[in-house]
Design a protein around this ligand. Structure first.
Ligand code: DX5
Ligand code: ZN
Length: 223
């Protein structure tokens, strides 16, 4: 499968959001990555339903919603109604992860699990068949523009081998510090979806930055 690119709206210009949404619409991006932060699970607050609904109105690609919130079960239905196609919850925020993932699937969404940098992917061993997408956090969640944590490559390989034969369609998404410096190596390690906030929105030409990330060829050796 050709890898997917999901620009993170967290780094967009919120005073000109429609402009940035239209930029993503006409780019080679595959999804909109939407970061919801509650100021409790992570030390930052981003935005909620009114902004999500405004994004949904203009976006022509699926909304990949990353919930950095405690007790996500309370809001799953509302996120679906606000336009989410993928809903990702944090393993660290879920007491009954199996129940939560099936509630997301019952809504007709892809069910994702995000894993903080310190959380071993081995914790997914007994739930791997129930997951559509694993979001490996390659920074501590809460802020855009942080430095990529190198241990992520090892986690991608461990996860891919865990899923092999049990969930071959599992999507592995990498979130945090992704740029054209590490994107090729991430795909070669087994990543399927690259989230990029700062790299896209701080680029002089965000559309061509997205094309650069999309058109990497994992078969290229030594590049
Ligand atoms: C961090 C968020 C990320 C963030 C990535 O908590 O989950 O999606 O927007 O931003 P960059 O690509 O700037 O690290
Ligand atoms: Zn995110």
């Amino acid at each position: 499968m050709k890898h997917l690119i999901a620009p993170s709206v967290l780094s967009a210009d919120f005073a000109n959001l429609q402009n940035d949404i239209e930029m993503i619409n006409r780019s080679q991006a595959d999804w909109f990555h939407i970061d919801i932060m509650d100021g409790v699970f992570v030390p930052n607050i981003s935005f909620g339903f009114p902004v999500l609904k405004a994004i949904e109105k203009h976006a022509s690609k699926p909304l990949d919603v990353h919930l950095m919130i405690v007790d996500p079960d309370r809001y799953l239905q509302e996120f679906k109604q606000a336009g989410a196609e993928n809903i990702t919850v944090h393993i660290e925020a879920c007491t009954h992860l199996h129940r939560t993932l099936h509630a997301i699937k019952d809504l007709g969404c892809l069910a994702g699990v995000a894993v903080n940098p310190h959380t071993p992917v081995a914790l997914l061993e007994d739930i791997i068949e129930d997951i559509d997408l694993v979001c490996l956090m390659s920074v501590n969640p809460g802020f855009g523009g942080q430095k990529f944590i190198e241990n992520t490559y090892k986690k991608i390989r461990t996860l891919r081998s865990m899923a092999s034969g049990r969930n071959d369609g599992l999507l592995i998404e990498i979130d945090g510090g992704v740029s054209n410096q590490n994107a090729l190596k991430l795909i070669q390690a087994g990543a399927d979806v690259l989230v990029a906030g700062n790299a896209v929105f701080s680029a002089a030409d965000p559309v061509s930055e997205i094309s650069g990330l999309k058109n990497l060829n994992p078969e290229l050796i030594g590049s």
